[in-house]
Write a protein that binds this ligand. Structure first.
Ligand code: ZN
Length: 250
């Protein structure tokens, strides 16, 4: 089974559609939250995820859009966008967001937005936080977003390795625990403005001599029409910095 894992779409429908076109051959789509916030098209993104039957979890920006206290931790741009999103979204979008749980387990995979220990707040950005969260997951693999930077942490018993993937990089999951971040669809922050996501090939052939199927992770980058989204952000009256940063992936 082949799964596309998407995180931090942030109301960027143009980037989402570019990724869905790229990921045409997948059997399922999982999302890791922050479906809305920052970007100009929350209703369009939620409608599209509904059309493709995406399964996932709630992010801090989704919680803020629903009226949660998460908005109090936001910087001024994020707060302005969250208030705009609250005022803009349809009842159907609100209901869909409200159905997303903070955690979800699918087979061997734990899905959260931020971290298994604190799904709506913690950023897994250091080896120390990765170590704590690898110990905390109760499945072999954890999938998370929130940092907008693609990465993986592999290991247990305190011995943790960081993998910083490039476009097209792959990782074969072995029997060590693994935390995997697909990067951000709608607002990448690793210096590459292209939309980021990953695919999981679950039950892939491990090659000659091995009968045990494996899971292979592959990270992908997809170019999209950044200028169209920047124009839509400005037209919506959202903070201009939210448009500017998309050109730099920052
Ligand atoms: Zn985010």
């Amino acid at each position: 089974m082949r799964v596309a894992v998407l995180s931090d779409i942030h109301s960027n429908l143009v980037a989402l559609d570019a990724i869905l076109a790229h990921a045409r051959s997948v059997d399922a789509i999982w999302h890791l939250g922050d479906v809305v916030g920052y970007g100009p098209d929350p209703d369009g993104v939620v409608a599209r995820l509904g059309e493709v039957g995406a399964t996932g979890v709630r992010g801090n920006h989704d919680a803020a859009a629903l009226g949660g206290p998460e908005i109090d931790w936001f910087n001024p741009d994020a707060r302005a966008a969250a208030e705009w999103t609250r005022d803009t979204i349809s009842g159907a979008t609100r209901a869909w967001l409200d159905e997303q749980p903070e955690r979800r387990t699918i087979g061997s995979f734990s899905l959260v937005h931020g971290s298994p220990l604190d799904p709506l707040r913690e950023y897994i950005a250091t080896l120390a936080s990765a170590r704590d969260n690898l110990a905390a997951i109760d499945t072999p693999v954890g999938l998370h977003g929130h940092t907008h930077v693609p990465v993986a942490f592999v290991g247990d018993q305190g011995d943790v390795m960081i993998i910083e993937p490039r476009d097209g990089a792959t990782l074969e999951i072995d029997d060590r625990r693994t935390l995997i971040n697909p990067g951000s669809v709608g607002q990448p922050r690793d210096g590459d403005p292209r939309a980021s996501y990953l695919t999981l090939d679950i039950g892939a052939d491990a090659g000659p001599g091995s009968e045990t199927p494996v899971t292979v992770v592959a990270w992908h980058r997809v170019a999209y029409d950044v200028e169209a989204v920047q124009a839509a952000i400005r037209t919506a009256g959202l903070p201009r910095r939210l448009a500017d940063r998309l050109a730099f992936g920052a």
